[in-house]
Design a protein around this ligand. Structure first.
Ligand code: ADP
Ligand code: F6P
Length: 320
């Protein structure tokens, strides 16, 4: 392949820039031109495409967000928009494509691959909700951000004998809640994978208080409910004083951790390696610290893996 393209799609994640840089470096190293497609599939349809230069990926490794920008595009899901996207790839002689995004972006990547443009998916989502890979780019950074917030919140909650319920991202996935909850020694973690009746959760907070543990930290994944709703329920049904905290987008931005930068670099490198062998239709990931690739179809189909053992371990600890 002489010319390949790269785009970021869906929610941005810290570490996407490292992946873009790796695709560029590996591509140029193999004598390819690397085209940057701006604003995801939306920009592809609009022809927002230009050849990447060294300056585009210099000094970006440590930055959150994505230098290519990202977007969601309903138009791409329609036949007309999709055909225009294909025409654009052909007009720019893009023979292979790297799509950095989550499962929605992978659906689009598979369609492009099926239509004859070899396409590789890289897992870019802070949610860690792609089951074929142990980790997605940005998850580690989000967990670290939330973990450090937990300790700040804990200080002030403890000073007032209050409970803090912190809502973290994870549309259908409790991984950010679980990992930051374990790392931040949360008393209770609420995730969509193991729904706990709020009555039981509230009772645990009351028991904590009776035991003399006047301040507790609860982490709730957005897929398990809203922090404000949980706080309201607790206020209405117990004498526990509780505050809801929603850190929001701070967990999707900021400097990527070294782990995310290195992971993204390794994944980006493999993506170009595959394309240079004329291989498309694959999703790259990491399993047992080995970079692997599976078919895009399997990547989309593989159910998300939730670490039940770690979840139960935290519940046991929280009782004592
Ligand atoms: P993520 O990739 O983070 O899961 P989205 O689900 O929002 O984010 O998907 C990003 C974009 O991928 C969508 O805006 C759309 O353009 C494209 N996409 C999502 N689902 C499909 C689909 N079933 N077919 C084609 N394209 C899709
Ligand atoms: O997919 C990542 C994610 O951060 C989810 O956890 C969250 O529900 C969603 O994106 C929010 O995205 P936006 O507000 O950009 O639509």
């Amino acid at each position: 392949m002489k010319t390949i393209g790269v785009l970021t799609s869906g929610g941005d994640t810290p570490g996407m820039n490292s992946a873009i840089r790796a695709v560029f470096k590996e591509g140029v190293g193999r004598g390819m031109s690397v085209m940057g497609i701006l604003h995801g599939y939306k920009g592809l349809i609009a022809g927002m495409i230009r050849q990447l230069q060294h300056e585009d990926v210099a000094n970006v490794m440590h930055k959150g967000g994505t230098v290519l920008r990202t977007a969601r595009s309903e138009e791409f899901k329609q036949e007309e928009g999709f055909c225009r996207a294909l025409d654009m790839l052909r007009a720019y002689d893009i023979e292979g494509l790297v799509v950095i995004g989550g499962d929605g972006s992978y659906q689009g990547a598979k369609l492009l691959d099926d239509a004859g443009i070899p396409t590789i998916g890289l897992p870019g989502t802070i949610d860690n909700d792609l089951g074929y890979t142990d980790f997605t780019i940005g998850f580690d950074t989000a967990v670290n951000t939330i973990t450090s917030e937990i300790y700040k919140i804990r200080d002030t909650m403890r000073a007032h004998d209050r409970v803090g319920v912190i809502e973290v991202m994870g549309r259908n996935c409790g991984d950010i809640a679980l990992w930051s909850g374990v790392a931040g020694a949360a008393d209770l973690i609420l995730v969509p994978e193991f729904p706990i009746p709020w009555e039981r959760a509230a009772k645990q907070l009351v028991n904590n208080k009776i035991r003399g543990e006047l301040s507790s930290i609860v982490i709730i994944a957005e897929g398990a409910g809203r922090a404000e709703d949980f706080a309201k329920y607790v206020r209405e049904n117990t004498d526990v004083e509780i505050k809801a905290i929603v850190p929001g987008y701070i967990q999707r931005g900021g400097n990527p951790t070294a782990f995310d930068r290195v992971l993204a670099a390794r994944l980006g490198q493999r993506a170009v390696e595959l394309l240079s062998n004329n291989t498309g239709g694959r999703a790259v990931g990491i399993r047992n610290n080995q970079i692997i690739d599976v078919s895009l179809e399997d990547a989309i189909k593989t159910p998300d893996h939730f670490d039940e053992k770690l979840y139960r371990f935290n519940s046991v600890l929280a009782k004592f």
